[in-house]
Ligand binder design. Structure first.
Ligand SMILES: Nc1nc2c(c(=O)[nH]1)N[C@H]1C(S)=C(S)[C@@H](COP(=O)(O)O)O[C@H]1N2
Ligand SMILES: [Mo]
Length: 220
């Protein structure tokens, strides 16, 4: 069974009415911070690390880690919602806002879509309008400490309003594309957009059956 099929089979828990506004349908609140990803945790030498901005843009830019740290820094406190049904409230990340990155680097594009590239060979597609928001951050820190390796050090994206698989860890590239293409999970049964409040989990039909995915996972 693939991952999308397993999650479709999980029981849908009842939502506490007090949390209903903040907790998207079918989600369970957790205070721990689960760790989820495919493959191995990458290791880096910061001196050779880079973030590449490319595709349909007026100019391609490659940033070093120092370049990023010298840009305007911001913190965002947000709730996060994983498609495997855990949500975690009040997470504070620090880094560079996507909007500030675009502004400071004078990036212009006619593209409406973006493909995010991450190690190892992970991709996620997003509408530019989902990145071009006040609360979207390229984060290097969590709760005022550098991200741990497993949570995406040295840099991860944080897109609070979409399922967390869009918040790519170990981000290395932001590619502006002219047509929307599915990324890694989007090619594997998950929704092209991924809005948790609309329960945009899957690209196919949804069937709720027991089993828990995230409780078996690793935590920090
Ligand atoms: N590079 C990369 N980023 C990734 C993933 C991955 O497999 N590789 N998994 C995604 C998924 S499915 C989730 S839920 C979140 C988990 O982030 P966390 O481990 O910090 O909780 O990372 C996302 N970013
Ligand atoms: Mo996820």
């Amino acid at each position: 069974m693939n991952k999308a099929d397993r999650i479709k089979r999980m029981k849908v828990p009842a939502v506490d009415p007090k949390l209903a506004k903040r907790l998207p349908p079918g989600q369970v609140l957790t205070e721990r911070f689960p760790i989820l990803h495919e493959g191995e945790v990458p290791t880096y030498d910061l001196a050779s690390w880079s973030l590449r901005i490319f595709g349909s843009v007026n100019q391609e830019v490659t940033l070093s880690y120092d370049d990023l740290m010298n840009m305007k820094q911001s913190s965002v406190t947000c709730d996060i919602h994983c498609v495997t049904r855990w949500s975690r409230f009040d997470n504070t990340f620090t880094g560079v806002k996507f909007q500030d990155l675009m502004k400071e680097l004078h990036i212009e594009t006619k593209s409406k879509y973006v493909m995010l590239h991450a190690d190892h060979d992970y991709t996620a597609n997003l509408a530019l309008s989902d990145l071009d928001r006040e609360d979207v951050l390229l984060a290097h820190s969590f709760e005022n400490e550098p991200l741990t390796d497993k949570h995406g050090w040295p840099l991860r994206l944080v897109v609070p309003h979409l399922y967390f698989w869009k918040s790519v860890k170990w981000i290395r590239g932001i590619e502006f594309i002219d047509e929307n293409h599915p990324g890694f999970w989007e090619q594997n049964g998950f929704h092209l957009n991924g809005d948790p409040f609309k329960e945009e989990r899957f690209s196919g039909e949804d069937l709720p059956i027991p089993e828990d995915e995230w409780e078996k996972k690793d935590y920090d």
